[in-house]
Design a protein around this ligand. Sequence first.
Ligand code: C2E
Ligand code: MG
Ligand code: MG
Ligand code: MG
Length: 289
Amino acid sequence: QLEQLLSELIEKKSIRKPSEHCQYQHLDDEIITGFDQEQFVVFFQPHIEVATDIVSGAEALIRWHHPTRGILTPYFFLAQIDKLGLSHLLTLKVLDSSIAACSRWHQQGMNFNISVNISPVDLVESNFLERVLELLQQHQLPAKFLTLEITESDIRPDMAKELEVMCRLRLHGIKLSIDDFGTGYSSLSQLISSPFTELKIDQSFVQKMLTDSKSYAAVKASLQLARDLKLKTVAEGVETQAEANAIKALGCDVFQGWLYAPALAENEFLTWCQHHNKKTVDEKEQQFS
Ligand code: C2E
Ligand code: MG
Ligand code: MG
Ligand code: MG
């Protein structure tokens, strides 16, 4: 179905090949070949529940398994995918792979949540809600285990149609997260009238919070606001134990960062989770013996 959509897009020439950007032509061709040959793969970065130190889920992060340049992060290709008009196709592929993977984890007794990055544009593409529900149905994953992340800086004041789709997603039990909070311009009135269930503190604040008192204040105020609005909180980009301790003291639900693990291929992710959870349980048993 996705392959069909890709060929339709190419036929309709809605995949643009800007000839004025000659230096990008090569990259464009490589990206299209990459889509064709399944070189874009989803990696998973663990989410750790602060209260229990147990893995509660993962964020799906796209990687390009480039034939000669190795594994590339979105920084190298996301903007170009967008220019080519392939963003929505990418979203659908990532949703498909992520929901399938999460469903496999559930079958193995790990009831993880899966978070997937989308853009507001995805929300108003044709039948987005129906497509997401179809994927959940197809892979037998209950909707409450899926979170869709929207970056704060992508949120615009005039998003009535997007907001309507967000509300319909919520009515079906799908969760919604506001990503990189603090880096955009969403107003407080917009925040309180949007159906978000989660707030992710941007990593730029987390990484400066121990050396810059203003960043510390931003993390503290964001966590307080989220708590009062009854939003789940995730701190992203946690790299040191000192940062983790400081955030824990301010009250936060979930950690995500290199202190624990980077984004991992599915197999490595599973091995990592089993190892981490076993370590946590062993430590707790030692405490009480
Ligand atoms: P994001 O959604 O805010 O994802 C978090 C980014 O922070 C990821 O970068 C992750 O690898 C990185 N990160 C996690 N922990 C740490 C840490 O402790 N230290 C540092 N320095 N970085 C950390 P990544 O994978 O390069 O992704 C960058 C952005 O690209 C994402 O930011 C997201 O906006 C976008 N993106 C990634 N995958 C997808 C996707 O499948 N679809 C869409 N539409 N966007 C995606
Ligand atoms: Mg994200
Ligand atoms: Mg983020
Ligand atoms: Mg981001």
